[in-house]
Design a protein around this ligand. Sequence first.
Ligand code: FAD
Length: 463
Amino acid sequence: MRNIIDRDVDTLRNRLHGSASLPGDKDYDQTRSLWNGDIDNRPALIARCQDAQDVATAIRFGRDRNLELSVRGGGHSFSGASVCDGGLMIDLSQQTTVTTDPAAHRARCGGGTTLAALDAATQQHAQAVPAGTVSHTGVAGLTLGGGFGWLTRKAGLTCDNLLGAEVVTAGGDILTVNAQEHPDMFWAIRGGGGNFGVVTNFEFQTHDVGPEVQIGLFFWSADQGREALRLMNEVGTSMPNDMGALMAGMNAPPAPFVPPAYHFAPGYALLVAGFGSADEHARLFDDMRAVLPPLFELVSPIPYAGLQQLLDDTAPWGALAYEKAHYLEGLSSGVIDVIMKQMPRKTSPVSFTPMFNLGGAYAAVGEDDTAFGGGRSINMVFNITAMAQTADTLQADRVWARRFWQDLIPYATGGAYINFMSEYDESRVRATFGPKYDRLARIKAQYDPDNVFHRGINIKPQP
Ligand code: FAD
């Protein structure tokens, strides 16, 4: 295999506007790197594609030689689906151009753009595309799978704000995809993942956001856990739609806003982002303090771009990670019992359980308007994130995450967010999409009958 590729690589290089790398080339290791340091896949060949034509060239080159293909956007897939072991990796990291049309509330970006770059461009006009909570994440994988973040309750998922895309199919065709052109594909790429082709350009609707927003971070001790979780659940479900909340069982980080005595203390955190008035924000916190005073807090205005980067250091590149998730109706007393039982059992101080509250604009989108799986009436995405610096600690918390997840099954809706799955489990994927699965499988059969894009959460073609 190696010899065939070595001989052929000049052919590919001559056809690409971008470049191609082999193991040993100077940019090879950097280009194949993933956020999840637990995965060390080594493609036989990397095509660094500058545009849609390059992607079409790479797809044809790989298919002609029976190479497995993978597509790397921002490299944050927990499972490592974007970087194949052997095979041909299509790298989009050079496709990062962002353009905006503030009057029309539109933004376009390339298939390898990070959230940070999209935020930087849209915030020039005090606008934003609703996206995730860690700014080095890729726009592509996040959007194709859904996209939860601070603005979900105010403006929906990232995929709900997608207006169109440029997609290169498994056959090498370059399609313009939107509500009028290839509407079936447009439906499928809003939640169905990277199964249908390589997206080289996204067009989004933007919203007026910032430049300054409000944050409130509250941290309660492990002893206050039961009351804190009850309070967080109440706040998360009753707060106005122009607020977003992320809750977590976690150890307090050694951050400047955490008093040194509480660095690494186990407990429960609530981070609220407010996009309305500072007064509305302050009132919510007055009420919360009266019910359950926290161990420490931070309430402050912050630039929206700063909010988007606030959690970056909690999830650094190269961390070893494993993730499992559920959709829940909320934090019932049964769920709280499981959390109180399992949180003390984790080994790594950086393993944590981030939970997103839903509702608002998320719930207002029609069930069949997008392919997104899981249902618009669920109230919460519950993640169990094992994260560590050594393989042994990760292994201990991988076991912890699986047991925790198992204990929550009686309270879960059955599906899970596909972007928070470290492992592909066909029955979970089918449960996530429910009746949408068969429609996705038919669209897959139309655009990728040979299942070329099969890595990750795979929808199998079904004519
Ligand atoms: P990649 O690894 O590049 O790709 C992920 C998948 O998408 C792969 O299957 C890949 O082949 C496919 N793909 C990538 N680019 C393309 C493309 N252009 N066309 C077609 N297919 C493509 N999710 C949230 O919703 N909200 C969050 O707040 C959030 N925070 C996160 C924080 C961290 C630290 C991490 C690691 C993940 C987070 N996620 C979050 C999950 C995230 O949405 C997924 O991991 C997502 O798949 C990452 O996309 P990517 O482009 O960076 O990853």
